[in-house]
Design a protein around this ligand. Structure first.
Ligand SMILES: [Zn+2]
Length: 307
């Protein structure tokens, strides 16, 4: 009888098993890989970052995320040496909305080996930006397993952000040349350590430029996103991979972040390591972001707008 009921419900609503929610354990596994010493700080153009790219590809394949181009690797045209973004694709299910794209992105490179006065010279970049990469990979897992997105999604992990936003500049130009119908570009930076003493969990760069915070909060039913004045003072809107998409497409392109210059002392230092990351916080953010992204990719209208 139970099975019969289950079958009826399946037939009625479409039987899509919900994937397991994110957990500290799952997040920790990805973080341990991305920020390990073996990857030598993931500097663009090095062997260490190639290992990270292989790992991202493996997770894409596991979650049935297709390559957007012929292969997952998209070689940068603006970098001396060999560096590549890793770009995945999940086609939308709605025959009209699938022509509209959302890019969910983060840079996976970091600054490599440094001249540190301590014995540790590897800048592991756990917060910057294994954490953003992990968030994108967890969202890719969710959408790859459910396959219910009406709009098409590009999952983009950028290289050479640390060399001056080169990976995102390359991809924005390439997608603009093919006239991609881009709705919005939503990026993740430094989400490994929670904000302190704020009445919100994350901020977005370019807060005042759009209604992204309002849209995000309406889907999460809480104050997930707030305004961080420092982000505006330091013009963080122009300092991450959202910016080239803003410039090329002039559609809402913004970065979600939980680093405010007071809650983490190891920005671009060798101390940016997994031991200081809060995997519970990261998993909780992913789980709170899922309904936000489900809402955004499936909404009948383009509700995120620049003012
Ligand atoms: Zn970064």
């Amino acid at each position: 009888m139970r099975y019969f009921l289950f079958l009826i419900i399946c037939l009625a609503v479409g039987c899509k098993a919900m994937p397991e929610p994110s957990t500290a354990e799952r997040v920790g596994e990805i973080m341990d890989y991305m920020a390990s010493d073996a990857l030598q700080g993931r500097e663009a153009g090095t062997e260490g970052i190639a290992v990270a790219a292989d790992y991202i590809e493996t997770l894409f394949k596991e979650n049935k995320i297709a390559p957007y181009f012929k292969s997952y690797r998209d070689t940068l045209s603006n970098f001396e040496g060999v560096a590549y973004n890793v770009v995945g694709y999940l086609e939308g299910k709605d025959k009209n909305l699938k022509d509209e794209f959302i890019i969910i992105g983060a840079h996976y490179d970091h600054i490599g080996i440094t001249n540190s006065p301590t014995t540790d010279s590897i800048a592991n970049g756990a917060n910057d930006n294994a954490s953003g990469t992990t968030t994108v990979l967890e969202l890719a897992r969710y959408f790859g397993k459910t396959r219910t997105n009406k709009r098409s999604i590009i999952f983009a992990l950028f290289s050479a952000e640390e060399k001056g936003l080169l990976g995102s500049a390359h991809l924005a130009e390439k997608l603009k040349a093919e006239n991609l119908n881009l709705y919005t570009m939503l990026n993740f930076e430094m989400v490994g350590v929670p904000l302190r003493e704020k009445d919100y969990l994350m901020y977005v760069t370019g807060y005042e430029k759009s209604n992204l915070a309002e849209v995000s909060n309406s889907y999460s039913n809480e104050k997930l996103i707030g305004f961080l004045p420092t982000a505006k003072d330091f013009n963080l809107f122009q300092r991450s991979d959202n910016y080239p998409f803003h410039e090329k497409f002039n559609v809402p392109s913004q970065t979600y972040c939980t680093f405010d210059f007071t809650n983490f002392e190891h920005y671009h230092k060798v101390g940016d390591e997994n031991a200081l990351m809060d995997f519970e916080h990261m998993a909780s953010l992913v789980n709170k972001l899922v309904p936000v992204f489900v809402g955004i990719v499936n909404a009948p209208n383009r509700e995120i707008k620049y003012n």
